[in-house]
Design a protein around this ligand. Structure first.
Ligand SMILES: Nc1ncnc2c1ncn2[C@@H]1O[C@H](COP(=O)(O)OP(=O)(O)OP(=O)(O)O)[C@@H](O)[C@H]1O
Ligand SMILES: [Mg+2]
Ligand SMILES: [Zn+2]
Length: 297
């Protein structure tokens, strides 16, 4: 049997995408539309953290997957949920594809690689290049299923790879799921810092604990002159912002071609070069975050 999402929530353009009544009657509203949804735990999952930034392309997915792999390598039962409905990255980052099977009680079963369980919209689309052209309601319905209809089989920690922005998806997640905390990702660039601040205020508004900031693309070790170039701007700004916002600086990840190459090859840095300098930065951040949320307790 095909997963429900796959069969009931086809991309627009496929026949009768949402199973809408032919009469043209409006589709049935999902549960969340009929009153405020309850904030709840994801079944069988002890801790949930979100890796977020209002700005696109700053490295959320790269950091989320490397942190998740670091948790898994430390012996924690770990999952990663790709909540980016429009631009899922996890299938590529974990070199996974194919339709998830369904459990006996009709839930989606995660796909695993490198000891990490994962679920992504990308597994539910007909092909990697299929664009998602959905309206808000369909996006929310898909998100509901990703959040509450996956059989994780017991996890110590689930990492949420968030889409860019501070819109519907972010709000729904923070209102419906009990989060242990959020990590904000930014580059040292001014433009990115402006958006990082937006993310900080969103999580504060909805009372999600901010675990700290990860600065990505912090400096570039130049293969030409061996010096560190601050490609995306002066590190003092981002450190100053953290101080002002009372945010912990969890770690600074350099801009390095290997991080990008590892990601593209579907073998993220933490598993590609586990003893390397860059992997150690991710492992250090995971250890600190684990301590902050009481992962071992
Ligand atoms: N430290 C780094 N060094 C080199 N390349 C990096 C680094 N971090 C991320 N990248 C690359 O930058 C690109 C964007 O990264 P990524 O997809 O993780 O960003 P994102 O914030 O998740 O983007 P989106 O907002 O689209 O979800 C990718 O090609 C990734 O491989
Ligand atoms: Mg991403
Ligand atoms: Zn140089």
């Amino acid at each position: 049997m095909k997963p429900r999402l796959f069969s009931t929530l086809r991309c627009l353009g496929h026949e009768n995408p949402l199973g809408l009544p032919r009469s043209g009657a409006p589709p049935q509203m999902p549960r969340m539309q009929r009153g405020l949804p309850q904030k709840r735990n994801i079944e069988g999952v002890r801790k949930v953290i979100a890796v977020s930034s209002a700005k696109g392309g700053v490295g959320k997915s790269t950091i989320a997957v490397n942190l998740a792999l670091a948790f898994a390598r430390a012996g924690h039962r770990t999952g990663i949920l790709d909540t980016d409905i429009f631009g899922p990255s996890i299938p590529t980052l974990l070199n996974l594809s194919g339709e998830p099977r369904l459990s006996a009680n009709n839930q989606l079963l995660p796909l695993s690689n490198y000891g990490l369980k994962s679920m992504s919209m990308g597994y539910l689309l007909p092909s990697e290049s299929s664009p998602v052209a959905w309206r808000g309601l369909m996006v929310m319905k898909a998100l509901q299923q990703l959040l509450h209809e996956v059989d994780w089989g017991g996890l110590d920690i689930l990492v949420l790879d968030m889409p860019p922005g501070t819109g519907d998806v972010q709000l729904t997640i923070t209102q419906q799921v009990i989060l242990s905390g959020a990590i904000i990702v930014s580059t040292p660039q001014d433009l990115s810092l402006v958006d990082a601040r937006k993310g900080v205020s969103l999580f504060r508004k909805v009372n999600v604990p901010l675990l700290g900031m990860v600065c990505n693309m912090a400096g570039f070790v130049c293969p030409g002159c061996s010096e560190v170039h601050e490609v995306f701007g002066d590190m003092r700004k981002i450190r100053g912002m953290c101080e002002k916002e009372g945010l912990r600086m969890l770690g600074e990840i350099p801009l390095h071609a290997a991080i990008c190459k590892d990601a593209d090859m579907g073998k993220p840095t933490v598993v590609a070069e586990p003893e390397g300098e860059r992997a150690k930065v991710f492992v250090g951040i995971a250890r600190e975050v684990g301590g902050l949320i009481g992962l071992d307790g």
